[in-house]
Design a protein around this ligand. Structure first.
Ligand SMILES: C[S@@+](CC[C@H](N)C(=O)[O-])C[C@H]1O[C@@H](n2cnc3c(N)ncnc32)[C@H](O)[C@@H]1O
Length: 209
């Protein structure tokens, strides 16, 4: 099973070339999260696993004035994100683990996360933390690989054997079950093809008022 410490070590090593390797994938996938999240200017947003700040760059354009905090367990990723977004005062980054967030309760209008949920070794704890820091009526939007697609099932099985940072990716039904056991209420979910055979899902939930 992965741990945040293992993920941190891996992504501290990846930080120097993450954008070079993954910018195409990020360009194709982040619009799915943005469409589902519909962040508006003035909202307070927390991004779990913000990486090098790709979502924050986009939100600075589409929702100027939204207060966006990105957290990432890997300090080297946080450093790169800070450097890229240093001229945008509404955006900030912190080194933090999604399983134990350093924020007061009800601090955010929305919590989002892109291509990161499969790293969480305690998904129930991560959902409980998201529920704690989002205000009543606020929302959680998850974009991640979807194990309903055979390509993701194969990749999940391979990575569970070979990649010490990988934990697990889920089917839509499994995500619904995780949410059902959390303080959040499931709202909507969709599967998406992300070029070729790869499959993703967006899952939306909210904190009941
Ligand atoms: C595949 S990258 C995705 C980055 C970004 N969301 C994007 O779409 O480009 C996954 C990121 O999640 C971070 N991460 C993984 N587990 C985490 C955890 N428990 N808490 C915070 N960040 C985490 C990793 O360090 C990495 O930067």
């Amino acid at each position: 099973m992965a741990s945040p410490a293992t993920v941190q070590k891996q992504y501290d090593g990846f930080a120097g070339f993450y954008d070079l390797l993954w910018s195409g994938y990020v360009r194709r996938t982040l619009p799915l999260l943005m469409d589902a999240a519909r962040i508006t200017p003035g909202e307070r947003v927390l991004d779990l696993g913000s990486g090098t700040g790709a979502l924050e760059e986009r939100l600075a354009e589409t929702a100027p004035g939204a207060e966006v905090v990105g957290v990432d367990v890997a300090p080297a990723m946080v450093k790169r994100a800070r450097r890229k977004l240093q001229g945008v005062p509404a955006v900030s980054f912190e080194r933090a683990d999604a399983h134990a967030l350093p924020f007061a309760a009800e601090r955010f209008d929305a919590v989002v996360t892109a291509s990161t949920f499969h790293y969480f070794d305690r998904p129930a704890a991560a959902l409980a933390e998201a529920a704690r820091v989002v205000r009543p009526g606020g929302r959680l939007i998850v974009l991640d690989w979807c194990r309903d697609f055979w390509t993701c099932r194969v990749m999940d099985a391979v990575l569970q054997r070979l990649d010490p940072a990988h934990d697990a990716c889920y089917t839509l039904a499994e995500m619904r079950a995780l949410l059902g056991a959390s303080p959040l209420a499931f709202q909507r979910a969709r599967r998406h093809r992300a070029g070729g055979l790869w499959g993703l899902m967006t899952v939306e939930a909210f904190r009941p008022a």
